[in-house]
Write a protein that binds this ligand. Structure first.
Ligand code: GDP
Length: 637
């Protein structure tokens, strides 16, 4: 087999912490690829984020973008480049840079590893003020482990507080720690103002456009080594779904070529071979997928027609099927139930409410969401859904509710395993960056959650980095507390470290709740009464039902409350009596906060318009009877 080099191609992944300017930079590369003009007047950002990603500040699904430098663009590059060995004369059809986005959260760790596999280099983008962040560190480590050649871009060099020299030193330290070979320490450094579309090799010199970055990528990222004559091998790294064309398998062709209608073999993760035929073939162009007749080794493609194909499997030559090493698909660590809503308000706000609709939606999700598992339970109305972490599942819930689904979910629980007769639980490596004044809160709260500190480094500037080994269980609900305690300024990221023997019980730290004892509409007077007992979650005018949770009690027990109660009419008419009552602002729980909040005998009711908390058993009688029976939580409702 003779490897040939695809000098017309570069596959690079981009690693950046949220807000460090990834979108802006890729946008600039796209715009300048064809024009090399500063792009102030070229309209809005074109690499779009989904709503969910924007709200949560993370990239959920890796997307591919292809920047094409045509012959004319290359001749312009030649003016300053030269060292890349790529010229318009040698590459009349130009060069394509495939930019592979990486997910920004450790819950998507498995996906990160898979998408990195498509690249030969990585572009690390770091903010010139903030420096490298913990999430980036996790992805960077993976990238260096598989031998990707790095290019560093220090961005936002124009910010007044920018400190490129320090940020470079911090990043170099990081590389020293993470690099797996000495060559990786010898990386080009670019200083960029992505907003202005400029980059420079010298922090003291402002660039005029992004040419130095193009040049660095072409020079330092190796072109794919691939043999187009060899038997076909393509590793499937992501799956997509389209209602019209069905399942789409995305991956890099390692050897050989694909073409429309080509008979192929599919090799699953156990090595079993089956036959299939490629439908359509797509490559990436700009932000789009465009259909082509075929593609060859080195290309990143999307193919249809292989309906059974899964992530980590090889699409191989029909005659000579050779598997590529499979890539790990992470096991789920957290589970919860998704059930038909049994709320008295069921069906009011959702378009899809039946168990068949919930089941169908989850089955469709299984087609592309690899780490997800869906199992039946004792009840036909309830499914057990397992995923990689709280965030993985809460994003699914949020997507479903935005699509019009209405259902109810239980508290997330970790998935334990019995190893050699002992119960083991998932344990994570947690990295926190915070201020020293948060130390007390962090160490106390995490040790209650059975975390063990494994490292602590102060940066001498009031900042501190802490590392813990902590059960996944202990992290459930921690993120909210953390964000509040650090006023949103701390960062935390965790990654599954493995399974360890069960660390013991974590005492529940939540008080009882305020439970509605009469259905109706909440009024100011009733809520004011409730606020004498604790914190409330709803506003006046909210419709409530018996068994709905509307607040947190200041004490340990649950307490029934009538939030619909009006002030008794008196003889003395006072038109201002209701108005004069001042309610403390209510606490509005987000979906994630609600999932963290509930106990096993409670549920979150999710609809396109509302997130309600409720007791599983709605009437006080049922709850009292259940308590007498000794079992706190009914198994499924
Ligand atoms: P992403 O989350 O990494 O994709 O970041 P974005 O590209 O959305 O950028 C986040 C914010 O930083 C936006 O408001 C950008 O306009 C701004 N930004 C990006 N690059 C620069 C830069 O070089 N200098 C300055 N001052 N702001 C920038």
């Amino acid at each position: 087999m003779t490897d040939s080099v695809r000098t017309d191609l570069r596959n690079i992944c981009i690693i950046a912490h949220v807000d460090h300017g990834k979108t802006t930079l890729v946008d600039g590369l796209l715009k300048q690829a064809n024009t090399f003009r500063a792009h102030e007047h070229m309209g809005t950002l074109i690499m779009d984020k989904g709503d969910l990603e924007r709200e949560r500040g993370i990239t959920i699904l890796a997307k591919n973008t292809a920047v094409h430098l045509d012959g004319a663009a290359l001749s312009r590059l030649d003016g300053i480049a030269g060292s890349s060995g790529i010229h318009a004369s040698t590459h009349p059809d130009g060069v394509t840079i495939n930019i592979i986005d990486t997910p920004g959260h450790a819950d998507f760790g498995g996906e990160v590893e898979r998408v990195l596999n498509m690249a030969d280099g990585c572009l690390l983008l770091v903010d010139a003020v903030e420096g490298p962040m913990p999430q980036t560190r996790f992805v960077l480590r993976k990238a260096l482990e598989i031998g990707l050649r790095p290019v560093l871009v220090i961005n936002k060099i124009d910010r007044p507080a920018s400190r490129p020299a320090e940020v470079l030193a911090m990043t170099q330290d990081l590389f020293l720690e993470l690099a797996t070979d000495a060559d990786q320490l010898d990386f080009p450094v670019l200083y960029a103002n992505a907003k202005a579309g400029t980059a420079s090799n010298d922090p003291a010199v402002l660039g005029t456009d992004l040419r130095p970055l193009f040049e660095a990528i072409l020079t330092h990222v190796p072109p794919p080594m691939a043999d187009p004559e060899a038997p076909l091998q393509m590793l499937v790294t992501t799956l997509d779904w389209d209602d019209y064309i069905g399942k789409i398998a995305v991956g890099r062709i390692h050897n050989g070529a694909v073409a429309r209608g080509l008979p192929v073999a599919r090799i699953d993760r156990q090595g079993a071979v089956s036959r299939g035929r490629i439908g359509q073939v797509f490559i990436y162009k700009g932000l789009d997928r465009i259909e082509v007749e075929g593609a060859q080794a080195g290309d990143i493609v999307a193919v249809t027609g292989l309906d059974e194909i899964g992530i980590g499997e090889t699409v191989a030559d029909a005659e000579n099927p050779l598997a590529l090493p499979t890539i790990d698909v992470e096991e789920p660590t957290v589970k919860m139930t998704f059930g038909v809503s049994t709320s008295p308000f069921a069906g009011r706000e959702g378009r899809f409410v039946t168990s068949r609709q919930i089941r169908e939606r989850l089955m469709k999700e299984l087609e592309t969401n690899v780490a997800l598992r869906v199992e039946d339970t004792d009840s036909a109305e309830v499914l057990m859904v397992s995923g990689r972490g709280e965030l993985h599942l809460s994003i699914l819930i949020e997507m479903m509710r935005r699509e019009g689904h209405e259902f109810q979910v239980s508290r997330p629980e970790v998935i334990t395993k019995v190893i050699e007769g002992r119960v083991h639980e998932p344990v994570e490596h947690l990295v926190i960056d915070a201020r020293e004044e948060n130390l007390g809160f962090l160490t106390e709260s995490l040790s209650k959650r059975l975390g063990r500190m494994v490292n602590m480094v102060a940066d001498g500037n009031g900042g501190v980095r802490l590392e813990f080994s902590i059960p996944t269980r202990g992290l459930i609900g921690f993120r909210n507390q953390f964000l509040t305690a650090t006023r949103g300024e701390g960062t935390m990221s965790s990654i599954l470290a493995g399974y360890e023997p069960w660390r013991g019980d974590i005492s529940s730290h939540r008080n009882g709740v305020l439970v509605v004892d009469q259905s109706g509409t909440a009024v100011t007077y009733g809520l004011a009464n409730a606020q004498e007992r604790g914190t409330t979650f709803i506003d006046p005018g909210t419709e409530v039902y018996e068994g709905m949770i509307v607040g947190l009690n200041a004490r340990e027990q649950d307490i029934a409350i009538n939030v619909c109660r009006q002030k008794k009419a008196t003889n003395v008419r006072s038109s201002t009596s209701d108005i004069s009552i001042r309610l403390t602002p209510t606490v509005k729980l987000s979906l994630e906060q609600s999932l963290d909040f509930i106990e096993p005998d409670e549920l979150v009711e999710v609809t396109p318009e509302s997130i309600r908390l409720r007791k599983r058993l709605l009437t006080a009688n049922e709850r009292a009877r259940n308590k007498k029976d000794g079992s706190r939580a009914a198994a499924t409702v």
